[in-house]
Structure formats: structure tokens, C-alpha cells
Ligand binder design. Structure first.
Ligand SMILES: [Zn+2]
Length: 386
């Protein structure tokens, strides 16, 4: 790993930024196969350059490519892997067991069923092009700063892509799919490490739902396909097993796990609430270096919960809400980080927004200007704390 000299309380992003208008248009045309690869990549390159410049202007220490090329944080896999097809949530309705309940759920959660695409496994998965290495190599050429790349987590992928009526012939169980998902993510992690990537973050937003909602409660839309879900304890053990198989023994790159409570609506009342406490024992067993968690939102409970984590675990502390217009003050950030600073080394605490600014390209939770103002406020707060 390149030895970057990071300041105490390094600042970073969770991953996505709002896509510029031209990028959103290009993503839509790509989905309909109505844009050439060359034109798409040109627009994407321009957008990534703008995303890098935004983060550099804002003074962010560890930057991303803004996930410009991705329609959302996990569907892009369908372009890279044979055996995965993309279904809109509306298509997915054909395959879920209780259609009426699923439709009511989508409406109550403020999710546009037609707009969000879900990857589903319908054959043996086989990587045809790297998941994120090309993205990394492009952004590598634009900046000297250390780079973070986000990948969808192995539990999210295994659970959301396995739809019994489509996947059963190739993968009779979720465990059998899990083994192939693990191999795919581990290969990508090693490729990114070998290419000089500083930080690879695995996104597992659904773990909060698993912990809070219980086996038979209403699912958030990302778990729409979840069927035959075991007890929360068994599911969380499965998640630990999968992530550990991905990262175990891979040195020379920082690994992280991001868990939030959903980031698709600015209406906080439709998003999950609950402290991280039920997840802490599982986080403690995960062999990732850092947990990237949201704390700007009150829905996440108190920061003190994190003091139960083993001391060697770094924290990526969410101190900016990506879904609001108001800027968090240095005083707010100081209050959030204080309980951790009292007990942990300041170079083991990273500061970041709670989640991406554009988890779903069609539904960014903020605009470009606000994202820049928030990231600038983050770095001002970090500097004043240092
Ligand atoms: Zn998130």
C-alpha cells in the first residue's frame, strides 16, 4: 500500500455524488442501448473529472470517482458479470410471492418502482470485465490523493440477487451463490489492491434492516426478493462469514464495511431507525479494518455504542447528513466525534457523510452544489478539530 501521510481525523466520502445532467441522460440512454460506448465513456470521464475536482476543492483527503458510471451502487454489476440480469422493481413484481403487499410497500416507502433496477441471478455468474478496476485506473490518473472504491457487499448481493424462481436451477441455495459472490469480490479486491487502491469499502446497507426488522417484518425495497429469510442471528452470522471470506488475508489495502439505514428518500420518516447496538457483536467479528457508519442522523442512535467495538477497528464516522440542505457546523461535528476521541486514536477516526449523495443516479438526495458545500464544511470541521 502506498504510504499516504494522512492527517488525524482524515475526511472521506462514502462514495457517490449527484450525477451531472449529461451523465444522468447518458446512463438512461445506456440502459436502453441508445448510446455508443465511446460517447458514454467520454461523458463519464468528464463527470469523474468534475467529481474529483469537487472533492479536491472541498479539501477531502480520501476521494472517490463519485460512482459516476454506476446507475446505482449495486446494479452496475449486471454490466460486468454474465448470469446476472437487471429487473426493474416493477418487473420484479412478477416474481415476488405477495405482489399486492410488495406494491403497497413500494408506495409507502416512496420508491418509484420503475426507476430502480435490481440485479438478479439467472445463470452461473462469470465476470466478463472488472467490477471497478477500470473506474479506479481512470480516477488514479486524475489525482495524487488516496482513493476509495466502493463495492456492493457479499451479503447484499447474495440475498438480493437470489430469486428462487429465477436462480434455483443454477444455485439451489443462497449459500451456493454466496461462494461464487465471495470469489468474485475477493478477486476484485486483490486487483484493486495490486493497482494501488488505498481503501475498498463494501456496502451492506441491508444489515440494519436484518437487525431491526426481524425475519418476517416488512422488508425495505432492496430486500424485496428476500424469501425464506432465517432468523436475524443466522442472517447476520451468514453476513460475517461472507465478508470474512472476501477480506481474510488480503493485506496492503484498507478494507471497510458501510452500513446505513437507507438513503433513497429525503423523507426521514420512511427510512429505518435504530441504534447500531444489535450489530456491534457482528461488526466486532468482521475482519475489515474500518466500519463506515452514519451518525449525523438521529435515527442511528448514540455514538457511544461504538465504544464496544474492538479497539483496532477504525471508524468512518458519518457527521454530515447527505439528505438535508442545512450545513452541519464544526460544533455539531465536534459533539459527535467527542465520545470517540476520548477513547480512540485520532488517526483511527475518519470523518465522512452518512452515505452517498447519489446512491441512486435517478434519485440523488441532494444537488451538486449542496454536496460540495457539505464536503467543504466537513473538511473545515476536521481542520478545526485537528
Ligand atoms: Zn449508505
Amino acid at each position: 500500500m502506498t504510504d499516504y501521510k494522512l492527517p488525524n481525523l482524515p475526511t472521506t466520502v462514502v462514495g457517490s455524488l449527484p450525477r451531472p445532467e449529461a451523465m444522468r441522460e447518458a446512463l438512461k440512454l445506456k440502459r436502453k442501448a441508445r448510446i455508443s460506448e465511446q460517447v458514454f465513456q467520454q461523458i463519464a470521464d468528464d463527470s469523474v473529472r468534475a467529481a474529483v475536482q469537487l472533492q479536491e476543492r472541498a479539501g477531502i483527503d480520501v476521494i472517490s470517482d463519485g460512482e459516476m458510471r454506476r446507475e446505482n451502487f449495486y446494479s452496475f454489476l449486471a454490466d460486468c458479470v454474465d448470469g446476472i440480469k437487471l429487473l426493474s422493481l416493477a418487473d420484479l413484481l412478477d416474481y415476488v410471492e405477495d405482489k399486492a403487499a410488495f406494491e403497497r410497500l413500494l408506495q409507502s416507502l416512496d420508491v418509484p418502482a420503475f426507476a430502480i433496477h435490481n440485479p438478479v441471478v439467472e445463470g452461473k455468474i462469470k465476470v466478463k470485465k472488472p467490477l471497478a478496476l477500470d473506474e479506479f485506473n481512470y480516477v488514479r490518473g486524475l489525482t495524487n490523493k488516496p482513493i476509495k472504491v466502493a463495492l456492493p457487499g457479499p451479503y447484499l448481493l447474495t440475498r438480493s440477487m437470489w430469486v428462487k424462481s429465477l436462480s434455483y436451477d443454477t444455485y439451489p441455495t443462497k449459500e451456493s451463490l454466496g461462494a461464487d459472490v465471495v470469489a468474485m469480490l475477493r478477486d476484485e479486491l486483490i486487483s484493486l489492491r495490486d493497482a494501488g487502491c488505498f481503501f475498498v469499502q463494501f456496502d451492506e446497507p441491508v444489515l440494519s434492516e436484518v437487525a431491526f426488522a426481524g425475519p418476517h417484518a416488512t422488508h425495505t425495497f432492496m430486500c424485496a426478493a428476500f424469501s425464506e429469510k432465517a432468523s436475524p442471528e443466522q442472517e447476520l452470522e451468514f453476513a460475517v462469514e461472507l465478508i470474512n471470506q472476501v477480506v481474510q488475508g488480503v493485506d496492503g489495502v484498507k478494507t471497510g464495511l458501510h452500513v446505513c439505514r437507507g438513503n433513497w428518500s429525503r423523507d426521514d420518516s420512511v427510512l429505518l431507525a435504530g441504534a447500531y447496538d444489535p450489530l456491534i457483536p457482528y461488526f466486532s467479528k468482521m475482519k475489515v479494518n474500518q466500519l463506515v457508519l452514519e451518525f449525523a442522523t438521529d435515527r442511528a442512535g448514540p455514538v457511544e455504542s461504538l465504544l464496544k467495538l474492538p479497539e483496532e477497528k477504525e471508524i468512518g464516522l458519518g457527521v454530515m447528513n447527505p439528505r438535508t440542505s442545512e450545513l452541519e457546523t464544526p460544533e455539531f461535528v465536534k459533539t459527535k466525534v467527542a465520545p470517540l476521541l476520548a477513547k480512540r486514536a485520532p488517526n483511527s477516526i475518519f470523518l465522512n457523510p452518512d452515505c452517498g449523495f447519489g446512491t441512486f443516479s435517478d434519485r440523488p438526495v441532494n444537488d451538486w452544489e449542496t454536496a460540495e458545500r457539505k464536503l467543504s464544511a466537513l473538511s473545515v470541521a476536521a481542520k478545526s478539530l485537528r
